[in-house]
Design a binder for this molecule. Structure first.
Ligand SMILES: *Cc1c(COP(=O)(O)O)cnc(C)c1O
Length: 369
């Protein structure tokens, strides 16, 4: 990691403690309160639990520290995405999305935003720059895309989309602020599902939106207050706790993924592997220019649906589950959700298990499948 990334990681755990008075608890308190003591003029203090909460403020401060941008927390990744759509788009606006990215934003636009007069188009991540950005009010990138792990050039997309007056949003869920920094590459808004690696323990849904554009982030914050899509204090506390070990976990996950992806690529039971860190991968050249790590997700294809299911079921160190970014390695066949991938395609989320032990289990399960 760069010096600035190390400095950010090192100071994260001290953010809260730096503001303490003698005798205060060193850990962040969970403040379960819908109302606050509020005599007289309500201006200038906390008023009501839908407007603010000290435990959200603590997790927002931690996320803002990592993003180097003001941050608004949400109760899920989709709540973060829908807030960006609903707070910043108007009837007549058109949105561009990746055709191979997380599918729920497309369904939300199709089923609910279309009737509000907001339309959308999709385009593959690998050719996202082709066709230009004329006519779009908002352009959303997700790179590497989930689950195919194609990559687009964030800087070039942002430059071209800004020239057409579009707001550029990056869903950085697969990478976290330790793996890729889209705001530094020029995007207006970064958002993520902290449900994944930032929380990391598969026990909470959470999300955030961050921006260095004061007007945009204030609009998002006001939208949350009015719409009521607020996180619970306990969930905020769990995510803040998770963030304190994110650097350590993500470092292990990405390092293991690099080792395992290279071995999978040479494995006789594996038909093909996608991982942006592999030299031969179509994403590699671009990934090297904009990603700080290559991530913890690997796409691997086995010969059939049956072989893929057997592999997942027989490996004792792989949990059969959707989602990714947990301390436990997990995997699933994405065709079961209708993703545009082959039947034998598996999304493997590499966890925090010791690398060689994990590899031995994967290798043995591949030999069985
Ligand atoms: C999981 C995910 C989301 C949605 O997050 P939830 O917390 O499940 O609402 C959004 N974007 C990407 C890329 C994701 O992987």
């Amino acid at each position: 990691m760069s010096d600035s990334q190390n400095a950010r990681a090192a100071s994260l755990s001290h953010l809260h403690a730096n503001g303490l008075a003698k005798g205060d608890p060193l850990s962040t308190p969970i403040v379960m309160s819908s109302v606050f003591h509020l005599p007289g003029d309500p201006a200038g203090s906390r008023q009501y639990g839908r407007f603010d909460n000290p435990t959200w403020e603590a997790v927002e401060a931690a996320l803002a520290h990592l993003e180097e941008a003001e941050t608004v927390a949400f109760p899920s990744g989709m709540a973060a995405i829908s807030s960006v759509f609903l707070a910043l788009l108007s009837a007549g606006d058109r949105v561009l999305l990746p055709s191979d990215g997380y599918y729920t934003p497309r369904v939300l636009l199709e089923k609910h935003l279309a009737r509000l007069g907001i339309s959308y188009d999709t385009r593959p991540t690998a050719s996202f720059l082709e066709g230009g950005f004329s006519g779009y009010r908002m352009v959303l990138v997700e790179t590497p895309s989930n689950p195919g792990l194609d990559v687009c050039d964030i800087k070039a997309v942002t430059k071209a989309a800004h020239a057409q007056g579009a707001i550029v949003v990056a869903d950085n869920t697969t990478m976290t602020p330790y793996g890729q920094r889209p705001l530094d590459l020029g995007v207006d808004i970064v958002l993520a599902a902290d449900t994944k690696a930032p929380n990391g323990h598969s026990d909470v849904l959470f999300g955030h939106v961050a921006s260095r554009n004061t007007a945009m982030i204030e609009t998002i914050r006001e939208w949350r207050k009015l719409a009521g899509a607020i996180p619970g204090p306990f969930e905020a506390w769990l995510v803040q706790r998770g963030l304190e070990t994110l650097e350590l976990r993500f470092d292990r996950m990405c390092a293991s993924a690099e080792t395992i992806a290279a071995r999978l690529a040479d494995h006789p039971a594996v038909r093909s592997v996608r991982y942006p860190g592999l030299k031969g991968d179509p994403s590699h050249a671009l990934a090297k220019t904009q990603m700080l790590r290559f991530g913890s997700l690997i796409g691997l294809t086995l010969d059939s649906n049956e072989k893929a299911e057997t592999f997942i079921d027989t490996c004792p160190l792989i949990e059969a589950a959707t989602s990714f970014g947990g301390v436990h390695t997990s995997a699933e066949r994405r065709a079961r959700w209708g993703d545009d991938v082959t039947e034998g395609f598996i999304r493997l989320s590499v966890g925090c298990e010791p690398t060689e032990t994990l590899w031995q289990a994967i290798d043995a399960a591949l030999k069985t499948a």
